[in-house]
Design a protein around this ligand. Structure first.
Ligand SMILES: [Zn+2]
Length: 306
């Protein structure tokens, strides 16, 4: 068998020189505090075109993108370990993975509040979803690290993300892509800690979402969430965790409504959500059930069901 030909650099139609070894990861610039500043000259080390099948193809990802992504992933990992190994006061004892699972539930909730209330939820489609140039995330809209983490994970499932943006998160759709450079710029690349946010950024997040800016790395039985009763729609203030294991973030969640005494679980809330989606679809043929947007064969009008 003949050995494959060795790689030889093609003539690149650009000013880029021969690729050298990439600079060390710690080759950092001054803290950016808002926009990620890549290591000096990092992108100059890579040709900006590659020859593939006699065609020149532009680089889709640059070393500076990879560097920014690594900073972000490093900060996510650091936060995860901080939650799992929490050493402070905890009134309900939990295993590290259980502690992290509760944290994730709260992070998803905080992401929803940010995406719907601050970036734009259902009913705010007027500005032409998916049309025109995507807008840039404003400085005060850059969320805390736990919210970033949920957003990042959400986008790893592009089908669900696209569909949910169309159905209920038009504000995220208008942003277009993950704000990697802005989000990574909020993180110290050496310590992987969040740069202290400005007062206006903290105030904006808190006023829109009703949540503190800092991620809740510890949850006690006194931390609560407001859940609307699936029967009478009245708000109920529910602990995230209880000694009994029926808190909102726990596997055995159950609640008796303070207003109508209806007993409900996560499954009941799911049925209520389905009912609300159906109401919307009946009232407006432009609305779709989950999993009906992307696959056109399943994109049936509600009239088919009647
Ligand atoms: Zn009720």
């Amino acid at each position: 068998m003949q050995a494959p030909p060795t790689y030889t650099q093609v003539d690149i139609p650009s000013e880029a020189g021969a690729p050298d070894a990439l600079p060390g990861y710690s080759d950092s610039s001054a803290p950016s505090h808002g926009v990620f500043v890549p290591s000096a000259g990092v992108d100059d080390k890579l040709p900006n075109h590659f020859k593939i099948n006699n065609q020149y193809v532009k680089s889709q990802v640059m070393p500076s993108d990879l560097e920014a992504h690594l900073v972000l992933l490093g900060a996510f990992h650091r936060l995860r370990e901080e939650v799992r190994t929490f050493k402070g006061k905890a009134d309900i004892s939990m295993e590290p993975d259980e502690r992290y699972a509760v944290f994730l539930q709260r992070a998803v909730y905080r992401f929803e509040q940010w995406a719907v209330r601050m970036i734009g939820g259902e009913g705010q489609e007027d500005e032409g979803v998916g049309e025109g140039t995507p807008r840039v995330l404003a400085t005060n809209e850059v969320p805390p690290l736990d919210v970033m983490m949920v957003w990042h994970t959400y986008m790893l499932n592009p089908r669900s993300y696209y569909e949910d943006c169309i159905r209920k998160l038009p504000g995220l759709f208008r942003i277009g892509s993950f704000a990697l450079i802005q989000l990574s710029g909020s993180i110290d690349r050496d310590t992987l800690l969040f740069h202290p946010p400005s007062e206006s950024r903290v105030a904006a997040f808190s006023s829109f979402t009703g949540q503190p800016f800092d991620p809740p790395t510890n949850t006690t039985s006194e931390d609560t969430v407001v859940v609307f009763c699936p029967s009478c729609s009245q708000p109920n203030t529910i602990p995230w965790i209880t000694y009994k294991g029926d808190g909102y973030a726990q596997r055995g969640f159950s609640c008796v409504c303070n207003s109508c005494q209806f007993s409900f679980s996560r499954e009941t809330l799911g049925v209520r959500k389905f009912y609300e989606d159906m109401e919307k679809c009946i009232a407006n043929p432009e609305k779709y059930f989950m999993a009906y947007v992307v696959n056109p064969l399943r994109r049936l009008s509600i009239s088919h069901w009647q």
